[in-house]
Design a protein around this ligand. Structure first.
Ligand code: NAP
Length: 267
């Protein structure tokens, strides 16, 4: 039987792509959307990619209580995505979060809530399967190449920096690399920020330009050699196989996991 899905952010670029995927995929049925505008309207009135009369709710609680969906998908902004996800878990609805920019405290709070409610939650900073592999390969490389900097490039409508993918990459690199200071011990910036952000000695540089979608290079330096691990998403459809995978796997979980690799078969 198909899983009933509620999606938040239906007018967004990711939301639009997700609606295409969900409505073309026989395993899922889109039963409603949550949108801060258009309460009481139907999806075909606001988003022409969908012909169905899917109802739109402004209030997540009302939506969850009336429809009791199997899965909630959030593709909005961190402030509102956090509230939606909390509400879903409190109603024992499995949640897949693509929205990036949640703080560590917010993830911890959702993790406790997921466990208390015996409900699955997947927070994935990047649904592109290639990007997940880039992060895993970076973790492997960091063991032998501890000097590393990250350049992440995104479209200029992105509000958070560094990207969730860069933060997650650093977290994974830290699992295999000892903390160290990089660069010249006396280096200084004549323009503030020129050396980028610094997490545990790892420099991260965020570029925001029109024309970009989501791109990242992880550059490892060693004696007379450089290793670059690079991934590009050229269109938001690149995220949809991973989103479908997360939606399939989340109903089998009873806790929160962070990162798509947690539900991928990597043996
Ligand atoms: P977008 O096109 O700007 O869409 C954002 C959506 O959120 C819009 O529908 C917007 O509605 C809605 N929204 C904004 N503020 C809101 C509020 N206060 N209350 C309710 N809804 C609100 O962005 P996008 O490119 O689709 O990205 C959406 C999210 O996914 C972002 O967090 C982005 O970083 C993340 N993302 C994740 C992945 C991944 O693989 N995990 C990939 C790409 C993007 P309005 O028009 O009313 O503002």
């Amino acid at each position: 039987m198909a899983l009933n899905v509620v999606l938040a952010g239906p007018r967004g670029k990711m939301g639009t792509e997700a609606i295409k995927m969900i409505t073309n995929e026989h395993l899922f049925t889109l039963v409603a959307c949550i949108d801060r505008k258009n309460n009481g309207k139907t999806l075909n009135e606001i988003n022409h990619i969908c012909e169905n009369n899917i109802p739109i709710y402004v209030d997540a609680k009302t939506c969850f209580e009336e429809l009791k969906p199997d899965i909630f998908v959030d593709l909005t902004i961190p402030q509102i995505g956090f509230e939606h996800t909390k509400c879903a878990l409190e109603h024992k609805i499995a949640a897949v979060v693509g929205t990036s920019g949640f703080s560590g405290e917010q993830i911890d709070e959702l993790s406790i809530l997921a466990e208390q409610n015996n409900t699955g939650c997947i927070i994935a900073p990047n649904f592109a399967l290639g990007a997940v592999l880039m992060m895993l390969f970076s973790k492997m490389a960091a063991k032998y190449f501890p000097d590393v900097e990250i350049i992440e490039k995104h479209h200029d409508n992105k509000i958070d920096a560094p990207s969730g993918t860069a933060m997650k990459t650093i977290e994974m690199i830290k699992e295999s690399r000892k903390s160290k200071t990089q660069g010249h011990p006396e280096e200084y910036e004549s323009i503030q920020g020129s050396r980028g952000g610094n997490i545990d000695g790892i420099r991260v540089h965020s570029m925001r330009l029109p024309g970009l979608v989501a791109h990242q290079e992880v550059v490892f330096g060693s004696k007379s050699q450089l290793l670059t691990i690079k991934h590009d998403s050229f269109h938001r459809e690149s995220f949809m196989d991973g989103l479908a995978l997360a939606m399939n796997e989340v109903t089998k979980l009873n806790k929160l996991v962070y990162g798509l690799e947690q539900v991928m078969d990597l043996d």
